[in-house]
Design a protein around this ligand. Structure first.
Ligand code: HEC
Ligand code: HEC
Ligand code: HEC
Ligand code: HEC
Ligand code: HEC
Ligand code: HEC
Length: 457
């Protein structure tokens, strides 16, 4: 039996190596999602699960059956894009993120409740609606932003949510009836994003398969060895039989083989190349960057708890290319009276006395080769700050929420329908687009938003 174990060692090593490679690979994929806070939900990681959505958007064009089905599919496709653009940073269908899981929402609430809620949730809460107040308190009084969406747009978002229900249903589930999901668990759930449930099953399946494979290999080796031992016990073997029986695998020959050496060299070079390219792609990527600021200014306190409007401080965000950082004078509107004794507030006084600006550390910074305009997105496009900057109102210290890569900009331009309502400039364009594309949404990219010269000059 001793010799059996000894001879199966190389096979065991091979099996262990394979296991390691497989498990390591799958956990590395999971790790990327975890490291980037909530990005996957936003659909901004190029090549993520959202790659399916352009296909979904194209579906109604391809299968435009002249009947009832066509309109629904178009509404769902439009709802998909609207959801990704407006809701996905806080909601998923089957998981609690910042807000509740939306699965089963049409069973919980009628559409006549959902429309006013999505347009202006704080108004519904203020009206004393029982359900709304309870939900608001349950989610630690986090306010859902208001949305300037039409009734039809909201209906299409709901249609999309309904179409997604149950697909990839995870252990947490949406929870029909009241929302019992514990919001305290949000942060953990948030990271995995929509595909987390399915991903976990795939991992488990992989591990089970690898274990089964190892058991199989070991069993086969043992059987082979037992059979050899049995044969050795027999007396009627001639010379050639013995030769075959005692044949050993010659490792040194394998080692010297030039084919194997070249193969190993190629694999090694390819791995090295892949790693360098991956490394180079990460240069300049500052997602998650969270510098310490000279004054412990908290957005959670100001924009969250005290609900000071973003534009009260970032005064130019709806009007110009950049959002300005407020000067100390704006702080003094309040802090000449509030918390005047605090150490941190005294730093503001000192800056004013010395006539020196507060040296805030810049968080977001696109390279000079790219042109980005805030007013185009906030005022014209009607996009919420949180879509790009994340839950700023919950941040004690600001961090860069989005990757700010070209792929991120372009993905959103591909998926987001243009806000053309009540804008006569677009009337003809939309008509021509609809004729040519049979119901696919009129997105930013349909209007040329992915042309190089729009962002590079
Ligand atoms: C910045 C985060 C945020 C965004 C963006 C957001 N929501 Fe919410 N949503 C919440 C929170 C938090 C709640 C829980 C209620 C509360 O605290 O006000 C909620 C509650 C809801 C509810 C009630 C859920 C239930 O279980 O009864 C619906 C429906 C909803 N949101 C739909 C949407 C839609 C549709 C969008 C996009 C147009 C959207 N939300 C965008 C944070 C957000
Ligand atoms: C009371 C004033 C005030 C309000 C209200 C306020 N901010 Fe700020 N904001 C600041 C100051 C001061 C800084 C610079 C210090 C820092 O980064 O924390 C800043 C920084 C930022 C940054 C990072 C800028 C960079 O360096 O790249 C973003 C993004 C931002 N704010 C977004 C928002 C959003 C979104 C809201 C509304 C939800 C908001 N702010 C409300 C004062 C304010
Ligand atoms: C619209 C009013 C308003 C403006 C403008 C404002 N704050 Fe505040 N700030 C408050 C309130 C309210 C508090 C909470 C006071 C309390 O906890 O009693 C606060 C608290 C603070 C604190 C915490 C103080 C402590 O020691 O607990 C800091 C730091 C601070 N603000 C910095 C700033 C800075 C920097 C600016 C300018 C960029 C600014 N604030 C602008 C209203 C404002
Ligand atoms: C479409 C995405 C998007 C939206 C929506 C958006 N921002 Fe930004 N924001 C950016 C990008 C990208 C930068 C980096 C700009 C640069 O470096 O030139 C930035 C930078 C900033 C800065 C740093 C100063 C500057 O202009 O570079 C502040 C402050 C800021 N944003 C506040 C806001 C506020 C407040 C809102 C909502 C009213 C908002 N942003 C909405 C993408 C967005
Ligand atoms: C969350 C979605 C979103 C993201 C992210 C986003 N954009 Fe946009 N962008 C829009 C929308 C919507 C419009 C169309 C606004 C309008 O004109 O109605 C737009 C328009 C533009 C335009 C004008 C296009 C034209 O046809 O005139 C430029 C330029 C632009 N974006 C640059 C950028 C850059 C650069 C980034 C990345 C740093 C970026 N955008 C990220 C949604 C987004
Ligand atoms: C919606 C806006 C947008 C459009 C359209 C766009 N880009 Fe970009 N591009 C960006 C942004 C933002 C960056 C900076 C990204 C970064 O720092 O990682 C960038 C970076 C680049 C870079 C430098 C890459 C690097 O790693 O530094 C090149 C080259 C480039 N773009 C070429 C193009 C070409 C070619 C097109 C047309 C096919 C194009 N871009 C269209 C926004 C855009």
């Amino acid at each position: 039996m001793n010799s059996i174990r000894f001879r199966s060692i190389p096979h065991l090593f091979l099996a262990l190596f394979l296991t390691f490679a497989a498990v390591n690979n799958s956990s590395a994929q999971g790790g990327e999602v975890g490291a980037a806070p909530a990005v996957s939900k936003d659909g901004v990681t190029p090549g993520s699960a959202d790659a399916g959505s352009p296909a979904a958007a194209a579906a109604p064009a391809a299968g435009a059956t002249p009947g009832a089905g066509g309109g629904d599919a178009a509404a769902i496709a439009a709802g998909d894009a609207l959801f990704k653009g407006n809701c996905a940073q806080c909601h998923a269908v089957n998981d609690v993120v910042v807000g509740p899981a939306l699965a089963g929402i049409t069973k919980r609430r009628p559409i006549s409740w959902l429309i006013p809620w999505i347009k202006n949730s704080s108004k519904v809460v203020a009206s004393g609606d029982d359900y709304a107040v309870k939900l608001f308190n349950q989610y630690q009084k986090q306010q859902m932003p208001s949305f300037q969406l039409s009734d039809q747009e909201i209906t299409s978002i709901i249609a999309w949510v309904t179409s997604q229900e149950g697909s990839g249903a995870s252990a947490t589930g949406g929870g029909a009836g009241t929302n019992k999901d514990n919001p305290a668990a949000d942060t953990k759930l948030g990271e995995g994003g929509e595909g987390a449930g399915a991903g976990q099953y795939a991992d488990i399946l992989l591990i089970v398969l690898v274990v089964v494979l190892i058991v199989l290999v070991v069993t086969l080796v043992i059987i082979a060895n037992i059979m050899k031992d049995v044969l050795r016990g027999r007396k009627d073997l001639d010379g050639r039989d013995v030769e075959i029986l005692e044949q050993r695998f010659d490792w040194s020959k394998l080692y010297k083989s030039s084919a194997i050496r070249i193969g190993a060299g190629v694999v090694f070079t390819l791995v090295l190349l892949y790693e360098s390219v991956q490394g180079a792609m990460g240069i300049g990527l500052m997602q998650g960057y969270q510098p310490t600021q000279p004054i412990a200014f908290s957005h959670k306190l100001h924009a969250g708890e005290h609900q000071i409007n973003c534009a009260y401080c970032h005064t130019s965000v709806y009007k110009s290319k950049s959002a300005n950082i407020p000067s100390a004078n704006i702080c003094m509107n309040c802090h000449s009276q509030i918390k005047t004794e605090s150490q941190e507030i005294k730093k503001i006084y000192r800056a004013i006395e010395r006539k020196q600006p507060i040296q805030w550390v810049r968080v977001h910074n696109l390279p000079d080769l790219a042109y980005f305009n805030h007013s185009q997105h906030t005022q014209v496009g009607g996009i919420q700050c949180q879509t790009c900057h994340g839950p700023i109102q919950n941040m004690q210290v600001v961090y860069q929420y989005s990757p700010l890569t070209m792929g991120w900009c372009i993905n959103c331009h591909r998926e987001t329908p243009l806000n053309t309502k009540g804008n006569a400039y677009y009337n003809n364009l939309v008509k021509l687009h609809d004729q040519a594309n049979g119901g696919a949404p009129f997105t930013v990219s349909s209007n040329g938003g992915t042309e190089c010269s729009k962002c590079h000059y």
